[in-house]
Each structure stands twice: as C-alpha cells, then as structure tokens.
Write a protein that binds this ligand. Structure first.
Ligand SMILES: *Cc1c(COP(=O)(O)O)cnc(C)c1O
Length: 406
C-alpha cells in the first residue's frame, strides 16, 4: 500500500495548526469562580474548616457516593494520611504499582514503611491483583491500586482480596475524578479514596486533595491527622476532645480559595467527564483497524471513565524491524500530535532517591515493557474537543502506524 508522505519526511501534517485551535488551555478560568473567590477574599475567612471547605467536602463526597470527605492541601498528604489513619507504621509494607507518580510510592516512606513495587495488567496498566496476592507478606498493611490515566484497577478483585486477607485498600484516584465502577463512584469502594486537585488534574485548584471514606472512625482519624488533632466540626481553640494517645497529627489543611474553585469546577465535572469518555470511545472505534496500536483498556467494569490522559499502546511485534517507540513519537509530533511517555517505572524516576533497602521490587515485567516499548500519552484536553479533532487524531495515528508497521 502506498502510504502518504509523513510530515517528519516533509509531508503535510495530519493535524493542522488551524484544527488545533479547538484545544483549550487547562484549567479554564471562569467569571463566576472569580467572583466567588473575591467574596471569599473579602470575607477574611480563609481557612479552619470554613463554609467553602465544608460545602466542597460534602458535595464531592456525595458526587462519588461516599459518606465523608476530608479536604487537604494536596494529593500526596492524602495518601500518607490514609495510610496513617489505617495504622501503617515503621517496618510495615505497602503494595503499590510500578508505574505511577512517585507520590503513591513515597506515601508509605513518610511513615517509615516500605513500598513494595508490584506489576500491572498489560491492558489496563493498573495494579495486577494476582501479582498483588503473591507479593503479600505478614508485614503487608495496605494496598494502593492507582486508577491510572483514568482506567480502573479491578475493584471487584481488590475488594475480594481485602475481605479475604483483612488488608485495607486505598484507591489512588488522582487520575480518575468522576469515574464510575459498576454503579459506584471511584474512591468510595476501598477503605479510603485519595484524590489530587493539583494543577493538571481533571478537577483542579492548583493544589488540593481529599480523602473519601464510608467509615466514621476512619473519617474522624483523618480529620484529626490533617487538623492538628481537632475533631470534625470542632472550632479553632475550642477542642471538644483530643486525638487518641500517640496519633501524630499535622497541619495539612486546605484553603477556602481552593475549595471554592473546586466547588465551581465540580458543577462542570459530569459534563466534561462524559465528553472525554464519549470522544475516547469514538476514537477507539476509528483506530480499530489501524495496525500496531490500541488505546489502553477501559476499566473492565467502567460505566463512566474519567480520562486524565489518553494512553496509546503500541504493539512492538507489529513494527518493522528496528523501529522504536521514540521514532513513532517523533513522527506523531510532526503530524501535530505531541505525546508523552507516561511516568516510566517509578523506581527509575529522576526524583526517586531511595536507597535499595528502603523499598522492595516484587514484579515489574509489564511496567518495564510498556514504559520502554509501548506507551504514548496524550493530554486529556484533546478529549475536550469534538469529533473533527478525533478524526484528525485518528488520521495522524493511522498515517504513522501504516508507515512503521510490517
Ligand atoms: C498527582 C498525583 C498524586 C498527588 O499529587 P499532588 O501533586 O501531591 O496532589 C498522587 N498520585 C498520583 C498517581 C498522581 O498522579
């Protein structure tokens, strides 16, 4: 088959600069939020479990179908606090996937515990339940599946594993705002759900995080941990009761400004999630007969999937001899579709500086193979456009893969 001349070889790019005007910056500011921010500023009430924090915590927990929401300053301390509230301490082990942002794997380290790095499923790229089972030891005190890029760890199997072993599960939902697994909001299924609202996330206030839980006792501990020991609803300077002896409490409070931005953004989350999900499904259909590439599998029981990234998986076996992921990436960029490479193995991240004794590598074959030879990622903002953009993306991908496949 005669293929079109690739842009990297001087041909016309499949996605023109004009078509790319449909891409909007993220996050997108709006006037109503600006007005509410001004009101919060003028009120002089900026922290200490104020009305905006209470409103957002209640609304977000309800959105996800959880009883309690404990708002915090970011999605790293939410993970740490979740482990802490569950009693994880020095010497314990916590199972995490090998391909995630370093926050997931660092959370146990902050408590003196050891992350145990476990492999992921080759289709969803989320923590593998079977490998997790094999990695469990007497020291394992928690499991943190990450709903990577918005796809979903198999929560049926992790819930069953948790029931069987008594080991609690913390869902890292930093990528999965608005995702629904078999009728249940992500973050409401494990003992704790941890979310990040950092700048790039699909619900964002620059910084921010929340822990969700259905357990009243855990909720109380989480609240005390983040608010220097105060119980829920206790006014500053008027503690009704102190924290349990030995529970180390911190100041991880979020601001009223962040909470008000998030409350406004939450009003748009459902429609945005639906738009990204519909576009991703449409694109998956357009790519069905393109050789050597497919989208990361959706959550196996996803009713709605929240996309943080659109992840593409190349099949190295389908490529012409000697052709690499880097060449495909360069060719796609020339066609107008710049791709990232995901995180790579967490234990090789530039910022990962733990000595080998501080963590344990259990299994990693899929993590290694996907990050070096298979994975390409595209920002979720591409999914906030329309079908013409999906068609242009499919054209670019088809053009490149037709040229590089056998
Ligand atoms: C963003 C992120 C977090 C939390 O990060 P913060 O920047 O601290 O809010 C945790 N886990 C994953 C997988 C993330 O991508």
């Amino acid at each position: 088959m005669a293929s079109e001349k690739l842009a990297i070889n001087g041909g016309q790019p499949a996605i023109t600069p004009v078509a790319k005007r449909a891409l909007k910056p993220w996050p997108l500011p709006d006037a109503r939020t600006a007005e509410r921010l001004k009101q919060v500023y003028l009120s002089g009430h900026w922290s200490f479990n104020g009305p905006c924090e209470q409103e957002f915590s209640r609304k977000f927990a309800a959105y996800c179908g959880a009883r309690h929401g404990i708002f915090m300053v970011n999605g790293t301390v939410t993970l740490e606090s979740a482990l802490h509230a569950l009693g994880v301490k020095a010497g314990d082990e916590v199972i995490v996937p090998g391909n995630t942002w370093i926050a997931t794997a660092m959370a146990p380290v902050y408590l003196g515990a050891k992350p145990v790095i476990v492999d992921v499923e080759p289709d969803t790229l989320c923590l593998d339940p079977e490998q997790t089972r094999r990695a469990i030891t007497r020291k394992t005190k928690a499991i943190i599946p990450v709903h990577l890029f918005g796809s979903m760890a198999d929560m049926d199997r992790f819930a069953a594993l948790s029931r069987e072993t008594g080991i609690p599960v913390i869902e890292d939902c930093a990528h999965a705002q608005g995702g629904v697994w078999k009728g249940r909001g992500l973050g409401s299924i494990g003992q704790v759900g941890s979310f990040s609202f950092q700048q790039s996330k699909t619900l964002s206030s620059g910084e921010g995080g929340i822990c969700l839980t259905n357990d009243d006792e855990l909720a109380d501990r989480l609240y005390r941990i983040k608010h220097i020991g105060y119980g829920t609803g206790q006014k500053q300077g008027q503690a009704a009761s102190g924290p349990a002896t030995g529970l180390l409490c911190r100041n991880y409070r979020g601001l009223e400004f962040n909470a008000v931005i998030l409350t406004e953004a939450l009003r748009r989350l459902k429609a945005q999630t639906a738009q990204r999900d519909a576009n991703a499904r449409y694109l998956a259909g357009l790519l069905r007969d393109v050789p050597g590439i497919a989208l990361q599998a959706r959550g196996r029981r996803a009713d709605v999937q929240g996309y943080y990234m659109l992840a593409l998986l190349v099949d190295p076996q389908a490529l012409k001899p000697g052709c690499t992921l880097q060449e495909i990436k360069a060719a796609l960029a020339a066609e107008g579709l710049p791709c990232g490479g995901g995180y790579g193995p967490v234990y090789r991240h530039l910022l990962w500086n733990l000595p080998a004794s501080a963590y344990r590598l259990h299994s990693r074959a899929v993590v290694e193979e996907t990050s070096t030879r298979r994975l390409l990622t595209v920002s979720h903002t591409w999914l906030l456009t329309g079908r013409p953009m999906m068609k242009a993306m499919a054209r670019a991908i088809r053009k490149v893969m037709s040229a590089y496949c056998k």
